[in-house]
Design a protein around this ligand. Structure first.
Ligand code: COA
Length: 207
């Protein structure tokens, strides 16, 4: 049994928790700011729901916080090889334009518990949660917009996530489609650095 499954319990992330728990920091200022100031508004407007794990022995200690929202992967304008791959992984009676998934929009592990497998355990939890047959809607993928740094990308790769696009140039064109072929060619030649990369985990691969 891991540290996480032995020592933590799960709940919604509420105003009461924010007020009564020790200040939470995952080391990323934007992420901390989101959890302190924006997460509850996201819940009020049904744009994202935030959950946390806290320590059994000290419920004021938040170990990890994450936010999830419904999402999908647009299939029809993926690069040809990825689109062909996606078309093969589902039934063929009807071609769907989008495949359903759940977006882990934010995830932060308390700095005090970094590199202990907590983040990975939370991703395992999310995978099981949304693959479960009691989930009310179809959900094929766990999707993330991974911060484009080697440590975060390696975190998701170690947890079985795949890049939706091989290159940042392809991803940039998909995220912000060009209006003309000329613009497309120009942007392909001068791809900007992306702050995040789209990655996914196929819930049919859950063992
Ligand atoms: C990214 C984050 C969620 C990882 O949580 P964690 O509990 O520390 O991750 P794990 O212990 O499960 O780490 C698994 C792997 O992730 C990678 N990783 C995580 N943190 C890393 C770091 N600081 N430097 C390098 N690699 C790192 C490593 O590959 C690690 O495997 P290893 O320990 O065998 O080398 C956590 O560091 C965090 O909250 N970061 C700030 C917020 C953030 O960037 N969230 C992700 C946004 S998409």
């Amino acid at each position: 049994m891991s540290f996480f499954s032995n020592n933590c319990f799960f709940s919604s992330y509420t105003e009461d928790i924010i007020k009564s728990c020790d200040a939470f920091s995952c080391g990323d200022e934007d992420m901390d700011d989101f959890f302190h100031n924006d997460a509850l508004d996201y819940a009020t407007f049904m744009m994202g729901r935030t959950y946390c794990f806290r320590l059994n022995e000290n419920p004021k200690k938040i170990v990890c916080v994450f936010t999830v929202s419904n999402d999908s992967i647009r299939i029809y304008d993926l690069p040809r090889s990825r689109r062909d791959f996606m078309l093969k992984i589902t039934h063929h009676q009807k071609r769907l334009n989008r495949y359903p998934g759940i977006l882990v929009g934010r995830i932060g592990v308390n700095k005090e518990f970094a590199r202990k497998g907590v983040g990975s355990a939370v991703l395992d939890f999310v995978k099981e949660w949304f693959a479960d047959e009691s989930n009310k809607s179809g959900c094929r993928f766990v999707i993330v917009d991974a911060v484009n740094t080697p440590d975060v990308l390696s975190f998701y790769q170690k947890n079985g996530f795949t890049f939706l696009f091989t290159t940042e140039a392809q991803e940039e064109l998909y995220t912000n489609p060009p209006k003309t072929e000329e613009e497309r060619q120009t942007r392909l030649l001068n791809p900007p650095h992306l702050n995040t990369r789209i990655m996914y985990f196929d819930l049919l691969n859950l063992e």
